[in-house]
Design a protein around this ligand. Structure first.
Ligand SMILES: C[S@@+](CC[C@H](N)C(=O)[O-])C[C@H]1O[C@@H](n2cnc3c(N)ncnc32)[C@H](O)[C@@H]1O
Length: 509
């Protein structure tokens, strides 16, 4: 499957640029173009100069923008920048805002103020670029003047320990903010780190000042989120690009911790690199609902599907009660604690699974006791109610002694099942892994274009004398406790048939 299929559908670089045509039209491009013996024109991506010339040529050819990228500055690769801009367009349209009327902020606009230039040129957006580096600011201003976009773009200098506070102090409101944050920790040598892992496909570009920040990318975006809580809806939609999937997962958790549920994320796929976009808003979902905004997410086969052990799942739609993975994690942690089930987090490699995993070990069918306990309490309440009506005094008598009877009953019940269930106290009843992930309700698609999101809790059997029967009974308990019986999207008839078949063969327990 081509990587290009995940690029935004309106991104013109879905089709690679025609290098031959560019070489014919632009002498500076001709200088870096290489023609092979078949007559095919290519460029050397390992040369910094070639990357800069390619970007300058594409800006000129496709957008009528005239810039020169300083030799020691970051090369703003256009297909990625365009993917981000197209997502901003989607978010604005989804929020019923017209692109030619919106005002945006580009945090850390850089020496070429690339996002501001493109948005002003394509849509006539009013843009404010913020920057800490004086040299970049000077160069960005030259780019704006050269392209006669002074009426649409303004650049301001900000202090390096602030993100929005210097920007919105004049009381002005903005429709969106965007940012390509500095990626590396101040202490890191990012380039060295990258080149140690992989021989780079493209020459690294950019200097320490524009690429490094205290706390790295995650530190920068955390500060952005903190400040956004103060600035609130003076910016309608906050957004940022993210370079590492692990950072995306942690930042989504931070938003959730702050109670910011009106959020979304997407993938920017172009060629060999993937980046992510995260957006959030403090506006009510009646005004701007990011949770239903268009997104592009590669389906990617999660590693759970390739696991050999028997597995079943609970699939249900995301709603207000369970709106993000953290809600499910909290639910599972609380429920297993209540049931005296051991739960241990399972570390997972960041690229193979976009979710959370744990291993649980149950020594007894504590969930069944819970169920019986609940039924008993319900029965007692019913009996009491009948007694209060005066219709059933005999039962009422029985209800008077309920607490004693109930405790005794439960003790007996526990003893009975303990003796029955634990043939060897060292062998657990059930060990299984739980994998929690989000996905789309339409499994037939490779790309998720709209966030009709669902939760999938995979239950993967590991061992235990309770066998698949225990796994299935715990699954049922979780469904009841989640109160999703009516909403569940996968029915278990196949599973039940399989259990029945296995039981008949006496291969269970
Ligand atoms: C990775 S570069 C992105 C440049 C450009 N936006 C792009 O996408 O090519 C990050 C930029 O953020 C700037 N920067 C760092 N801290 C900042 C802050 N607190 N406020 C605004 N800009 C900052 C850096 O100087 C650098 O130019």
């Amino acid at each position: 499957m081509s990587v290009k299929q995940y690029i935004h559908p309106r991104n013109k670089y879905k089709q690679p640029p025609d290098y031959k045509q560019l070489a014919v039209m632009y002498p500076e491009f001709r200088e870096i173009a290489i023609m092979d013996f078949t007559g095919k024109v290519r460029i050397d991506f390992k040369k910094k100069k070639s990357l800069h010339v390619l970007t300058e040529t594409l800006l000129k050819h496709d957008f009528d923008l005239h810039v020169n990228i300083p030799a020691d500055n970051l090369n703003p690769a256009i297909p990625l920048r365009l993917n981000y801009i197209l997502w901003i367009e989607d978010l604005m349209t989804h929020s019923k805002l017209e692109m030619d009327k919106v005002t945006g902020i580009d945090i850390g606009t850089g020496a070429v103020c690339i996002y501001a230039l493109l948005l002003a040129k394509i849509h006539k957006c009013q843009m404010l670029g913020t920057e800490v580096n004086m040299k970049s600011i000077e160069h960005a201003k030259q780019c704006i003047e050269r392209n006669k976009l002074q009426d649409l773009i303004k650049i301001i200098t900000v202090k390096s320990d602030r993100i929005f506070k210097d920007v919105v102090q004049d009381g002005k409101a903005y429709d969106f903010s965007m940012c390509n944050p500095p990626f590396f920790e101040s202490e890191d040598d990012g380039f060295e780190k990258i080149s140690k892992v992989l021989p780079p496909r493209n020459a690294p570009t950019g200097n320490d000042k524009e690429l490094k920040t205290e706390g790295g990318e995650i530190g920068f975006v955390m500060k952005m989120i903190e400040e956004s809580v103060e600035v609130k809806d003076r910016i309608k939609i906050y957004s940022t690009m993210i370079g590492k999937k692990a950072d995306l997962v942690n930042l989504k958790r931070l938003l959730n911790l702050k109670g910011i549920k009106n959020m979304t994320w997407t993938e920017f796929c172009q060629g060999h690199t993937t980046r992510w976009g995260l957006a959030w808003s403090f506006l009510s979902q009646n005004i701007v609902n990011l949770t239903t905004a268009p997104v592009i997410r590669k389906r990617g086969k999660s590693i759970v599907q390739s696991l050999k052990n028997y597995k079943t799942s609970i699939i249900f739609p995301i709603d207000d009660k369970f709106s993000c993975i953290d809600d499910i994690i909290n639910f599972l942690q609380a429920t297993t604690k209540e049931l005296n089930i051991k739960l241990q987090d399972v570390p997972i490699s960041e690229d193979s699974f976009n979710g959370w995993a744990c291993q649980i070990t149950a020594r007894e069918r504590s969930w069944e006791h819970m169920r019986r306990k609940r039924r008993l309490v319900q029965q007692i309440a019913l009996k009491r109610a009948k007694g209060e009506d005066g219709k059933c005094t005999a039962v009422n008598k029985c209800a008077e002694g309920t607490s004693v009877n109930r405790e005794e009953g439960m003790k007996k019940l526990n003893e009975e099942s303990y003796n029955k269930e634990l043939p060897d106290k060292d062998v657990p009843l059930l060990v299984c892994k739980l994998w929690v992930e989000t996905g789309s309700s339409d499994d037939s698609q490779n790309i998720i274009m709209q966030s009709h999101e669902i939760f999938r809790i995979w239950m993967v059997f590991e061992n235990g004398y309770g066998g698949l029967d225990a796994l299935h009974s715990l699954r049922q308990y979780l469904i009841n406790k989640l109160e999703i019986k009516e909403k569940i999207l996968n029915n278990q008839s196949k599973f039940k048939k399989k259990i029945k078949k296995l039981k008949n063969k006496k291969s269970l327990l």
